[in-house]
Design a binder for this molecule. Structure first.
Ligand code: UDP
Length: 364
């Protein structure tokens, strides 16, 4: 069979790496599995794209649609136009999309309109917050997906509540964790470690890039102020997403213990997370990694599509209220942060399960 795998943005690359590895493994065992990898070009900055291909040994994409940046609609349109041409030129039996970025949604629509089956990896998760573009991407993708691969039983329930047939839903675990567990031995110190003389468990890692946190100047500044005030002078390392950089460049933000760095490579970033006192973030994927690495994590959002990171893991939704931020830091410094555990099936074998299911579905 022929599979087309789509990836467009940073978190996608981490998710497709183990799926591709598993397809290649099964192909070598003699299964009729072939794939084409399509990079939509949604992220094109070397630090958000190429480094992940190198570090995670992802083969070069067969094609890059080079859509570049633009508004939500501009990117969606460019991806759809490019991907339709791709599928017409290279017919396929199944399109695999991962996660919740614009490419995920745009490519699933194109595939479905060409009557091609769609598999969605990380299906069924919901934050309930329709102001997040990702939530719309999740809803649209899941409304036309044929095979739903999920990271939690809660995601299965969300899908069943939408009336999706249980037979189309496969609880397989978390491909992001497949990558984390297989690469943990290769994590390496970023340059900043020596430069800033960092000590294990004695600094924070901060990432912020959600529009709800960074787009409004006074909100962003107040939040940063409270984080700095509460941090008791421990170094805070902030790898700045290009989206956030554009905004930061217009603000005058300067604190002695706040260190801006470029986006880090996967192996460097997760080294920092693993050895951090705590992670401060508004990312989704990072809350899963902090959970698996057993590092306290504060999420500056009011909702999460990954509730297991809070119910089972080390993550706490802190929102953006100054009072709540202050209280959370106090809890952390008092040594009262909850102990986390590992969510079910986050065991490094999700990709294996996905490909096994595909082999069964297609009778290979
Ligand atoms: N990440 C990275 N370098 C960084 C920041 C994040 O490699 O400087 C990785 C991180 O380990 C995680 C992924 O990027 O695997 C999360 O991406 P992002 O926060 O952009 O997306 P989200 O998960 O919020 O959709």
């Amino acid at each position: 069979m022929q599979i087309t795998i789509v990836a467009g943005a940073r978190p996608n690359f981490i998710k497709i790496a183990p799926i591709i590895k598993e397809i290649e493994k099964k192909k070598n065992e003699g299964y009729d599995l072939n794939y084409r990898l399509v990079h939509t070009g949604q992220h094109y900055d070397k630090k958000l794209s190429a480094t992940f291909f190198d570090e995670l040994s992802i083969p070069d994409p067969n094609v890059n649609l080079n859509v570049g940046s633009g508004t939500q609609a501009e990117q969606t349109a460019a991806i759809m136009i490019g991907f339709e041409k791709e599928l017409q030129a290279f017919p396929t039996d199944l399109v695999i999309v991962v996660g919740d970025v614009t490419s995920t949604m745009a490519c699933s629509i194109v595939a479905k309109k060409l009557h091609i089956k769609v598999a969605h990896v990380e299906a069924g998760i919901r934050s309930g917050d329709l102001k997040m573009p990702e939530e719309i991407n999740r809803m649209v993708t899941d409304s036309i997906t044929d095979y739903f691969f999920t990271t939690s039983k809660l995601a299965n329930n969300n899908l069943m509540q939408l009336g999706i047939n249980e037979k189309q839903i496969f609880f397989v675990g978390n491909v992001m964790i497949d990558t984390l567990l297989s690469k943990e031995k290769d994590f390496r110190q970023p340059k900043a470690w020596q430069e800033l003389n960092l000590k294990s468990k004695d600094y924070f890692v901060l990432t912020l890039h959600r529009p709800s946190n960074v787009d409004e100047e006074s909100h962003f500044k107040n939040m940063l102020n409270e984080i700095i005030t509460s941090s008791r002078n421990k170094p805070i390392i902030f790898p700045v997403h290009p989206r956030t950089k554009k905004i930061l460049d217009t603000l005058d933000i300067n604190f002695e213990n706040l260190h801006f760095v470029e986006p880090l490579s996967y192996l460097e970033f997760n080294y920092l997370v693993k050895h951090a006192f705590a992670v401060l973030t508004d990312s989704g994927g990072i809350t899963e990694e902090a959970t698996m690495l057993n590092v306290p994590c504060m999420t500056f959002r009011n909702s999460t599509e990954r509730p297991e990171t809070c119910d089972i893991g080390t993550n706490v939704l802190v929102g953006s209220s100054i009072e709540k931020i202050k209280k959370s830091f106090e809890k952390l410094f008092d040594g009262n942060w909850k102990k986390g555990a590992y969510p079910e099936l986050w065991d490094g074998k999700a990709s294996e399960r996905i490909i096994e299911e595909i082999i069964k579905i297609y009778n290979l």
